[in-house]
Design a protein around this ligand. Structure first.
Ligand SMILES: [Zn+2]
Length: 466
């Protein structure tokens, strides 16, 4: 048998320390088998630069990658008019197009330093309605795109039942989204042959309080079907949703959810933009992760997330790229922090809970933000990465120490400069489960992915469309 792959990292982030000259062995499952700081071994593969855990992206709708930049009216516009443009696009792609769009997206995410993605998947059925012969067809295409790209995937079929809180039926392209709990569980079970291994996990999602019937929440409350696997839901993204929920259910969406679902540490509440301080404290007490998608939330004019209320209560947050107007982890974290600074008119804003102090490489603002993204993104996806330790996945991103953004940086300034210095990414190499998928800024199949994506998008965008 050949010896396990071994690497020697010039500087590797282990816990909150930059460890020099770390020899790492990776086992056949892509996990870290051994770590030896200060190793003199010059015979194994040498990796220069600052190496960090790959970042988990906890919230993605892959098909929306094709929409980025297409819904920017200079006139009357809102989340709801954006949603109409999104619905028009969502009516079009078939399995081949969705696979091509997802492949391009996943290549881009990897090149930016993401190493796994949580796919909140609701494009289930054929354009125009009906069912594919295999109801899991679209899900399988997402899985295939992730395999081709080499990114870790946690696939979450989405339950989507209503058009609104009053139980209004789905119309138009929303009919492609329709899935009840039993169908979602069946798709999840059907995918066990391709997921559930080292590179692909499975979860479940509820689209939102407004799109899932109260009876379904009752079933989950009485018989939690997602025990041990992630459960994600959009909640309180828009003020209109809060007003409607108050009017029809007598409670704000986050409070209603906490009262009617077994929200615990296996849950991820996506956006939760319009949360009161009491709701933030209650979410923190349940141990759930809040999934923030700052560039999408800014693009859609959702509002500013009350980060201080959550972190002061010891709450957890991770990041996702949602509609993919950005595909960069550091752009998400930077915008999150700048929003808080602008609102507070201060540079000192809460990032870390009262019982936590961050030291060493994580002592600055960039490190504090990345620490949340690593730890809580993995928690939200039940993904065994986000930190360098024996037994964890060898999912890593290498920052080029020779990049101007990192010139002369040491200690916590490395991560602070990755997050806060410009848009040219210093990510040079990316490893997923012990395999290099990005080398010298090139993904192994980026040219083919870009050609397939361009052909798919050309076919979808109508002449004269927005
Ligand atoms: Zn979303």
């Amino acid at each position: 048998m050949p010896p396990p792959p071994a690497f020697r990292f010039e500087a590797l982030l282990v816990g909150d320390r930059w460890e020099p000259d770390v020899r790492m062995e990776v086992d056949a499952a892509g996990r870290i088998a051994s770590l030896s700081p200060g190793s003199p071994d010059a015979a194994c593969e040498q990796v220069c630069g600052w190496t960090v855990p790959g970042v988990p992206n906890l919230h993605s709708h892959a098909f929306q990658r094709a929409l980025a930049g297409l819904a920017e009216a200079d006139g009357p516009d809102s989340f709801w008019s954006w949603r109409e443009v999104m619905y028009r696009l969502a009516a079009l792609p078939g399995p081949d197009e969705v696979e091509a769009i997802a492949l391009q997206l996943y290549v881009e995410l990897l090149k930016a330093g993401f190493t796994c993605v949580g796919e909140f998947h609701y494009l289930h059925h054929p354009p125009g309605g009906g069912r594919y012969a295999d109801p899991a067809e679209m899900s399988r295409r997402i899985v295939r795109a992730a395999e081709k790209a080499g990114i870790g995937l946690v696939h979450m079929p989405v339950v989507y039942e209503n058009a609104g809180l009053g139980g209004e039926p789905l119309t138009g392209s929303q009919r492609r989204f329709r899935l009840d709990l039993d169908e979602a569980l069946r798709i999840r079970a059907d995918l066990a042959d391709v997921c559930g291994g080292a590179g692909c996990g499975l979860g479940l999602a509820l689209h939102s309080v407004r799109a899932v019937r109260p009876a379904t929440f009752r079933r989950i409350f009485e018989n939690p079907c997602a025990a041990g696997s992630p459960m994600h839901i959009h909640v309180a993204e828009q003020e209109r949703e809060v007003r409607e929920c108050l009017a029809q259910r007598g409670a704000r969406p986050v409070q209603w959810l906490l009262d009617h679902a077994p929200v615990d540490q296996g849950w991820c509440l996506v956006h939760a933009t319009h949360m009161t301080g009491a709701e933030a404290a209650a979410v923190a007490a349940r141990g759930a992760v809040v999934g923030l998608c700052p560039t999408t939330e800014a693009n859609l004019g959702d509002g500013l997330f009350p980060l201080g209320a959550l972190v002061r209560a010891g709450g957890r947050f991770g990041i996702g790229t949602d509609s993919h107007v950005s595909r960069s982890p550091v752009e998400e974290l930077r915008l999150l922090d700048y929003g808080q600074r602008l609102a507070a008119r201060a540079r000192s804003v809460p990032r870390t809970g009262p019982d936590r102090t961050r030291n060493g490489a994580l002592a600055g603002a960039g490190g504090a933000l990345l620490a949340h993204a690593w730890e809580n993104g993995c928690r939200a996806l039940a993904w065994d990465g986000g930190t360098v330790a024996v037994g964890r996945r060898a999912d890593l991103a290498v920052l080029d120490a020779g990049h101007p953004a990192l010139a002369g940086r040491r200690g916590h300034a490395v991560l602070d400069s990755w997050v806060f210095s410009g848009t040219e990414s210093p990510v040079r190499d990316v490893m997923v489960a012990g395999d290099w998928v990005v080398r010298d800024r090139r993904h192994m199949c980026e040219e083919g992915a870009a050609r397939g994506y361009a052909a798919a998008v050309d076919g979808l965008i109508q002449p004269g469309g927005r």
